[in-house]
Design a binder for this molecule. Structure first.
Ligand code: BGC
Length: 685
C-alpha cells in the first residue's frame, strides 16, 4: 500500500482522514509510486478523501447520449484532472453489462448491450491514456449484481460469455489498448476471478495479447498467493493479504517461482515506462481542475443525456415567457440534511459507492435553480418538495401528508406541474442491489394526486436506471428520464423543458412494463440467497435485455434505443451492397434521414442484424452499428455504415470460434429496437 504521500499532493482535501490508493515506489531504483483513483463520474482519489473535481457524468448518462465523441472529450478532460491531482491510474471504466434492472451498480454501467458499451468505452480509454493516465476497465468478468458480490459463483456458457459479457472487455484491450484491467470479486464457472486461469491467463493474456497490469478488486478479492500469481494478477489491492510478505514466503518455500514474479513486475514497469512515468513528467497545474472548459463539457452531457419517453399532445417544450409552473418533488433541490462535511451531499443527483465523486458543493445545478434562472420575467415559478427525499428512510405519515397537500394545492393553482421525482445514491449504490423497481410509495402517491388536479403534469425522473411507472404513467402528460448527468444536470433539463435544445437521449437499456418481464434467472437464481455464495446460473444465456424482451413485445413499454425529440425523422432509400475488400467482404449500407418537423433535432440511426438461418437460436435483432446525426428542419443526409464480417458472426461453442453461418440475414435500420424503418435482406455465402 501507499504511504508517505502528502495529502496536499493529491488535491484539495477537507480535514478527514485520507487514504490514497496505490503502490509504493522504490526510490533506490528510480521507480515512482503508482497512484490510483477513480474517474467514473469525476475524479476521486482514495476511499474517503474529498478531492473536489468536475462532476462530468455517470456512465449511464453517457449510455443515454450514444455519443462516443462526447465521451472521448470527457476522457481527455478527466485525464487532465487526474494528472493535476497527482493520479496515474483510473480504476475504471466500469464495463459490466446491465443484466437486471435491480443491479445496484447499473448507474455505473453504460448499457445492457455489448456493442453500445464497447463503442462508448473504447474512445474514452484511448483519450484518457493519450492524456497520460492508465485505464483499468473493470470488473472482469461477469460482475452483474451486488448481492453476495464477494463470492457469488456465476455459471455461464461460453457463447454467453463471448457474445454478451466479454466483447466490451476484449475491445478495451484490443482496440482501446487498455494498459490495466481489474479482476472482479466474483467467481465465474467455479473459479474466483483473481485466480481464474481460463479467463485471466488463457483468454486475456494468451488470446487477446494483454501484457499490462491486472489489479485485483479491493478487499477480499484475492483468495491465494500462488493461484493469483499463476493467473497473472499483478497487484493486490488494497491491504496485502496474499502478496507482500506472504508472496516472499511462498517464493522461499518454492510455491511460486521468482521468475513468475519477475514477469508480473515487468508488466507493471513496462506500463509505467510507456506512460512516461519513469521520467519526470511535466506536472499539470491544479487550475485545470474544475475549469470553465471542463464545466462546459459537463454542460454538453447534461443537455444530451435526458431521454424524452412520453410527450402527450406535444406538451413539451414549455414556454419560459409567461404563466405559472409548479416545480414539485424531492429531487428538485438538494435534500435537507445532506452535509458537505461528511460527503453525504454527493449522494444527491448521483449514485453511491466508489464511482461517485465529491463534486464542488456549490457547482451542482439543482433543477429548481436552473428553471428559476431560465424563466423570463413574466413566468412565475412556485415550489414545493411534495414528499420526503428518496434516501431509504421511512417518514411519519402526517409529515408526508402535509408535504403532499401543499404540493397538490400549488399544482392545481399553476398552469403546468413539473415533478422532479426519482432516486439517489442512498438507494442506487455499490454493495447492495435495489429492493424495488418502483418509486418510493410517497412519490407514487404524489404523482397521482398532482396529476388528478393538473392535466399538464410533466414527470422528470432523476435516477440511474429503470423505474416501474405502471401505477401512474397513464395519468401524466409527459415523462423525461433524466439520468444522473453531471453537475450541470439542472441546466440541461431546463434547456430541454423550455425548448432551447431538442431532447436527443436514447435508452441504452430496455424499459419494460414491469421487471417481471425479465427471466427469473436474471435475478439471483440458484442458491444465491444463501450466504455461501452458491451458484448463480445465467440460464437466459445470450437473451439479455432487448434480446429477451423481443420475444415478449407486449411487455416492452419503451424499447431499447428509444427516445423522442421535438421533431420527426423519415428514413428513405436504404441501400446495401457487398464489396470485397482484400478478400474480406464488407456490406456497405446507407440510408437517407430527413428532418421532417419544424425544429432542429438529433437522430440516432441504429442498425440491427438478424441471422435468419442460424442453426442455433439467435435474437430477433442485435445492435451492430449506430450513428448520431443532427439535422435542421427540412435537412436530409445520407448516413453510411460499413458492416464487416464480424458483425454477422456468432460464437460457435462446438468449434470454440466466431463464425458466420452462410445463409440469409436481415439488416434492419431503425430509430429504436422496435421502430424499424427499413429491412434489407442479405445472403452470406
Ligand atoms: C469496487 C471497485 C472499486 C474499489 C476501490 C471495490 O469495492 O468494487 O469498483 O474500484 O472498491 O474503491
Amino acid at each position: 500500500p501507499l504511504s508517505g504521500i502528502d495529502p496536499d499532493d493529491v488535491g484539495e482535501v477537507w480535514s478527514l482522514p485520507m487514504r490514497i490508493f496505490g503502490i509504493e515506489g522504490d526510490e533506490k531504483h528510480g521507480i515512482p509510486p503508482l497512484v490510483m483513483g477513480h474517474a467514473i463520474t469525476g475524479v476521486r482519489s482514495g476511499r474517503i478523501s474529498r478531492v473536489k473535481s468536475t462532476y462530468f457524468c455517470t456512465p449511464i448518462a453517457i449510455g443515454c447520449t450514444w455519443d462516443p465523441d462526447l465521451y472521448s472529450r470527457v476522457g481527455e478532460a478527466m485525464a487532465v484532472e487526474m494528472r493535476a491531482l497527482g493520479q496515474d491510474l483510473n480504476l475504471g471504466p466500469t464495463m459490466n453489462i446491465i443484466r437486471h434492472p435491480l443491479g445496484g451498480r447499473n448507474w455505473e454501467s453504460f448499457s445492457e448491450d455489448p456493442l453500445l458499451t464497447r463503442r462508448l468505452a473504447v474512445p474514452f480509454i484511448r483519450a484518457m491514456q493519450e492524456g497520460g493516465v492508465i485505464c483499468c476497465p473493470k470488473h472482469f468478468a461477469a460482475n452483474n449484481q451486488e448481492h453476495q458480490r464477494f463470492d457469488i459463483n456465476n455459471i455461464l456458457d461460453e457463447q454467453t460469455l463471448r457474445e454478451i459479457y466479454l466483447p466490451a472487455f476484449e475491445a478495451a484491450v484490443r482496440e482501446g489498448e487498455a494498459l490495466a484491467i481489474m479482476a472482479a470479486y466474483n467467481r465465474v464457472n467455479g473459479q474466483y476471478m483473481c485466480e481464474n486461469m481460463r479467463l485471466l491467463r488463457e483468454l486475456l493474456r494468451e488470446e487477446w495479447g494483454f501484457d499490462g497490469i491486472v489489479v485485483s478488486d479491493f478487499a477480499k478479492a484475492m483468495q491465494s498467493t500462488a493461484g493469483s500469481v499463476r493467473a497473472g494478477v499483478t497487484i493486490e489491492m488494497d491491504a496485502p493479504c496474499h502478496y507482500g510478505e506472504p508472496l516472499v514466503a511462498a517464493c522461499r518455500e518454492g510455491r511460486v517461482e521468482e521468475s513468475e514474479i519477475d514477469l508480473l513486475l515487468k508488466d507493471k514497469l513496462r506500463v509505467m515506462q510507456r506512460m512516461g512515468m519513469m521520467n519526470d513528467r511535466p506536472s499539470v497545474p491544479r487550475t485545470h481542475v474544475h475549469s470553465r472548459a471542463h464545466r462546459a463539457i459537463a454542460g454538453e452531457v447534461a443537455r444530451r443525456a435526458p431521454v424524452l419517453l412520453k410527450n402527450r399532445d406535444s406538451l413539451l417544450p414549455l414556454s419560459s415567457r409567461s404563466g405559472c409552473i409548479g416545480v414539485i418533488g424531492p429531487n428538485s433541490t438538494r435534500f435537507s440534511g445532506l452535509r458537505p462535511e461528511d460527503g453525504s451531499y454527493a449522494l444527491y443527483l448521483q449514485g453511491g459507492g466508489s464511482g461517485r465523486c465529491f463534486y464542488v458543493y456549490d457547482a451542482i445545478r439543482e433543477p429548481l435553480v436552473s428553471l428559476q434562472e431560465a424563466a423570463g420575467p413574466e413566468l412565475t415559478i412556485r415550489h414545493a418538495p411534495g414528499c420526503p427525499p428518496p434516501n431509504g428512510e421511512t417518514f411519519p405519515a402526517a409529515m408526508v401528508e402535509d408535504l403532499r397537500r401543499n404540493a397538490v394545492t400549488i399544482a392545481a393553482e399553476s398552469d403546468t406541474a413539473v415533478l422532479f421525482c426519482g432516486l439517489s445514491g442512498f438507494v442506487e449504490t455499490e454493495g447492495i442491489d435495489r429492493s424495488s423497481c418502483k418509486l418510493p410509495p410517497e412519490q407514487e402517491a404524489l404523482i397521482l394526486e398532482v396529476a388528478a388536479v393538473q392535466p399538464r403534469t410533466v414527470v422528470c425522473l432523476i435516477c440511474g436506471g429503470y423505474i416501474d411507472v405502471s401505477a401512474w404513467i397513464d395519468e401524466v402528460a409527459a415523462l423525461l428520464f433524466c439520468p444522473y448527468a453531471g453537475e450541470m444536470i439542472g441546466d440541461g433539463i431546463a434547456d430541454i423543458l423550455f425548448g432551447r435544445v431538442s431532447p436527443r437521449g436514447r435508452l441504452p437499456f430496455s424499459w419494460p412494463t414491469s421487471a417481471d418481464a425479465y427471466p427469473p434467472s436474471t435475478y439471483f437464481s440458484g442458491e444465491a440467497h444463501s450466504e455461501t455464495g452458491e451458484s448463480n446460473r445465467y440460464d437466459e444465456g445470450i437473451f439479455v435485455g432487448y434480446r429477451h424482451l423481443a420475444r415478449h413485445p407486449e411487455s416492452i413499454l419503451y424499447p431499447f434505443g428509444f427516445g423522442l425529440g421535438y421533431t420527426t425523422f423519415s428514413y428513405s432509400d436504404a441501400r446495401c451492397t457487398m464489396i470485397t475488400n482484400e478478400s474480406d467482404p464488407v456490406c456497405m449500407l446507407s440510408v437517407v434521414v430527413n428532418n421532417t418537423g419544424d425544429a432542429e433535432g438529433t437522430e440516432v440511426v441504429q442498425v440491427y442484424i438478424h441471422d435468419v438461418e442460424s442453426s442455433r437460436p439467435r435474437p430477433a435483432r442485435e445492435l451492430r452499428e449506430f450513428r448520431v446525426v443532427s439535422l435542421q428542419p427540412g435537412e436530409s443526409r445520407r448516413v453510411q455504415f460499413e458492416l464487416r464480417r464480424d458483425m454477422f458472426a456468432g460464437f460457435n461453442p462446438a468449434r470454440n470460434a466466431w463464425e458466420v453461418e452462410p445463409g440469409h440475414f436481415e439488416i434492419m435500420i431503425g430509430a429504436s429496437e422496435r421502430d424499424i424503418r427499413a429491412v434489407l435482406p442479405l445472403a452470406w455465402t
